[in-house]
Design a protein around this ligand. Structure first.
Ligand code: MN
Length: 247
């Protein structure tokens, strides 16, 4: 795909005078230190957006049920349009009526690599993506170890279906419900309700353009308590606590 067309679909779908999401600009192609991010998104239906950096953009999949640590569980992952790398720090609320309207939480983030000790990890990832069997290792704050995305339906249709699976390794956990265990933002410690209400908002790391900074955000930065977000809530299974902001 031509460089300038990479994020054309992302940009076409959004009205940047209405949405706080970043405009799509293709980043540089990195050979190492590739990032991944998972965003919990209470849009018309709740899902988790799984994004892997490759060739200057975030390859993206919408995973309705989110990731599972149980390697026997295969989670449907619907490929969506590439997102800009700048999206990796986006947390907030997309206005109702806009594309993807609803609350977005940064659920996990970190770096990822090709699964094997490949001499050229980026080539390995490109090949895996192109062939529909993408194996990779996550070094996140919540998710770790070997994972795979396996394409189950290819063809001309825009939205291709994949399966997200945890490979068997020491980080696999049969029966675990990691989505229920972590209910707060990995970046700000906020719940979906708090993000929707704009409560305790802290500026998340982003490019130094200051484009979306507001005085409201700046003042609440100081008031926001810093909470530990990386530890798993032991024994907590608050699956019934659904975001009030779900649209
Ligand atoms: Mn989404």
């Amino acid at each position: 795909m031509a460089e300038k067309k990479k994020l054309a679909e992302y940009n076409r779908k959004r009205n940047f005078s209405e949405t706080p999401e970043p405009e799509g600009r293709v980043g540089r192609t990195r050979r190492s230190g590739l990032h991944f991010v998972i965003q919990k998104h209470a849009a018309s239906s709740l899902h988790f957006d799984f994004r892997l950096e490759l060739d200057g953009v975030m390859k993206s999949w919408a995973v309705p049920k989110g990731p599972s640590l149980d390697s026997a569980v295969k989670r449907l992952a619907i490929q969506v349009e590439d997102h800009p790398i700048d999206y990796n720090t986006f947390e907030g609320t997309i206005p109702e009526g806009e594309y993807g309207g609803g609350t977005v939480m940064l659920w996990d983030r970190g770096s990822y690599t090709a699964a094997d000790d490949a001499t050229d990890p980026v080539a390995e990832l490109r090949n895996g993506y192109a062939s529909g069997e993408l194996s990779f290792v996550l070094h996140g704050e919540r998710l770790h170890g070997a994972w795979a995305l396996i394409r189950t339906r290819r063809g001309a249709q825009k939205q291709q279906q994949w399966l997200l699976v945890k490979r068997r390794d020491d980080d696999a956990e049969p029966g675990a419900d990691v989505v229920a265990e972590y209910e707060t933002s990995v970046a700000t410690g906020r719940t979906m309700e708090e993000i929707a209400a704009g409560a305790g908002e802290r500026t998340v790391r982003k490019r130094a353009t200051g484009k979306r900074a507001s005085s409201k955000r700046a003042s609440s930065d100081r008031a926001a308590p810093k909470r530990a977000t990386s530890k798993r809530v032991s024994g907590k299974r608050a699956a019934s606590k659904r975001p009030a902001s779900k649209r």
